[in-house]
Design a protein around this ligand. Structure first.
Ligand code: DC
Length: 237
């Protein structure tokens, strides 16, 4: 669906922000509270990376990545899970090889465009009442007409502690210093992506999620979304 179509046909809330700011957790919680579809754009980059590595494709070759993308069927589900050719991907997407290669995949403008067009198609699916999308450029590039854009920020210490807890829960032995260094490297890589670099939108809000619980942050987001939905009768069911 072209992005010029009226946003209220399928409203989108876009949550962007740096790695480990908590945006995916909040996007999932918000989508659940609203009964909307959750679209984690980072997982789409990861799913393509997974398919490319499996086929032995070099993540530095944009054409090979585009060929891979056209040769697979990628589907998104309402809870945000992504399947490739009928296989739902979960832990596979968090494997260290994917972490390493996904930045190369996300660096190619043509690959970004292909993924973005596919993600925009969700708006035309009749069963999708609304979308909460998260990523780096969900509000600036993927859905510029999102009814609400929020930049979910958090200090690097809070982000490193969160990421350390996730990594330790996955059984990986690491240190806060290593996790922090990896986050800072990822931040510089993200910042180099021009229009798709994560930054607060001039027409959006910023939520500092350094010290909020999931409930507090979701409550804040809901308090911003609900009045917008009341403005448009088509979203009230
Ligand atoms: O949020 P994440 O770590 O799962 O994202 C995976 C990678 O994809 C990361 O390198 C950033 C990139 N990405 C992006 O460039 N644009 C998006 N909208 C989402 C993710």
């Amino acid at each position: 669906m072209p992005i010029e179509e009226p946003s209220w046909n399928c409203p989108v809330v876009a949550l962007d922000g740096p790695s480990a700011s908590g945006k995916s957790t909040l996007a999932r919680a918000l989508a659940k509270a609203l009964g909307w579809f959750y679209l984690g754009s980072g997982d789409w980059y990861r799913a393509l990376t997974w398919a490319a590595l499996r086929k032995g494709v070099n993540p530095s070759s944009p054409q090979a990545l585009l060929d891979t993308f056209s040769s697979i069927q990628v589907l998104g589900h309402p809870d945000g899970s992504v399947d490739v050719d009928g296989r739902i991907l979960d832990a596979e997407l968090r494997a260290p090889q994917i972490d390493q290669a996904v930045c190369d995949v996300a660096d190619h403008g043509v690959v970004r465009e292909a993924l973005n067009s596919r993600m925009r198609e969700f708006r035309s699916a009749p069963e999708v009442k609304g979308i909460v999308a998260d990523g780096r450029d969900a509000g600036s590039v993927i859905f510029p007409d999102a009814c609400l854009k929020v930049f979910i920020d958090a200090g690097v210490d809070a982000r490193a502690s969160r990421r350390l807890a996730q990594v330790e829960a996955a059984g990986v032995d690491t240190t806060i210093a290593d996790v922090r260094r990896a986050l800072e490297e990822r931040d510089s890589r993200d910042a180099a992506r021009g229009a798709s670099a994560p930054r607060p939108s001039s027409d959006g809000k910023v939520l500092d999620n350094s010290n909020l619980t999931v409930e507090e942050a979701t409550g804040r987001l809901l308090s911003w979304v609900r009045p917008l939905l009341k403005e448009d009768p088509t979203t009230l069911s």
